[in-house]
Design a protein around this ligand. Sequence first.
Ligand SMILES: NC(=O)C1=CN([C@@H]2O[C@H](COP(=O)(O)OP(=O)(O)OC[C@H]3O[C@@H](n4cnc5c(N)ncnc54)[C@H](OP(=O)(O)O)[C@@H]3O)[C@@H](O)[C@H]2O)C=CC1
Ligand SMILES: O=C([O-])CC(=O)C(=O)O
Length: 271
Amino acid sequence: MLRIGVIGCGTIGTSICRAVDDGMIEAELVAVYDRHTEGVEKLKSSLKNCRPETLEVMEMSRQIDLLVECASQEAVYEMIPVALAAHCDVMIMSVGALADDKLHRTIEKLAKDNNCKVYLPSGAIVGLDGLKSAAVEEIYSVTLTTQKPPGGLAGAPFVIRNDIDLDKITGKTVLFEGPASEAVSAFPANVNVAASLSLAGIGFDKTKVRIVANPALTRNIHEITVEGAFGEFTTRVENIPSPANPRSSFLAPLSAIATLKKIVNPFQIGT
Ligand SMILES: NC(=O)C1=CN([C@@H]2O[C@H](COP(=O)(O)OP(=O)(O)OC[C@H]3O[C@@H](n4cnc5c(N)ncnc54)[C@H](OP(=O)(O)O)[C@@H]3O)[C@@H](O)[C@H]2O)C=CC1
Ligand SMILES: O=C([O-])CC(=O)C(=O)O
């Protein structure tokens, strides 16, 4: 059975561990880790069947087949190279870290040298399947417009740096417009999806991102428009925010669980 370790015991990590615990994913949950000991203990005590150890990445990687990162972009730098060097496959949720070309190339080389896979779930967006197919031929443009209730953008470096008082926003306001390369560091906990889009399509510099604070919303909306030799498509998802972390949409942990189910399933459905 696939042996997994989970880094980050927050919203997504907890959902993944519970899905393994409930038998929804046929895997063994060997270890978990978070920089907050109380988060780890809370998660472990909520599990009915699994008894994971608490292990740091080096020790964890010796005992698992797949490391699941659901912590932060910083954790991708710290832990993914370590796991790949120890011959573990990896799944990355904080995909925005891969906008750093040096890190991207390091991860790609380690994965190839150690014969490992790097899984990037679709996360909170829909349409990556179509984009991947379309990208076989020329893509002319990819645009992501993300709208969140202002509270869902709290703590973003862009908001802090520009001294934006999110409580004072009374109407739909465009906060950011620019390339995905800038968006993922300006809003590291909000538009990791822009990184997945960039990697599946035309790269971080050409993928355009617009981030909108909209106090009229209770949902996180991601709208994607792709134009290319194939024609044009638009997808729009209205995501219910995760109750424990309004920055992350509920679809994100579901996507992580679906990816793990795909890894252990002999049938590989979809592009
Ligand atoms: N690809 C996608 O579509 C999506 C990606 N995401 C990303 O997935 C990641 C997880 O999201 P979510 O579960 O909602 O986040 P949470 O904040 O709920 O949980 C993350 C946990 O990991 C901890 N953590 C962060 N960095 C480290 C580290 N270097 N070492 C150990 N522990 C660490 C956090 O601590 P602390 O609170 O101190 O940071 C926190 O306890 C985030 O980066 C998020 O932006 C989220 C939604 C969609
Ligand atoms: O969950 C979402 O809506 C998207 C998100 O936070 C991210 O991509 O980082």
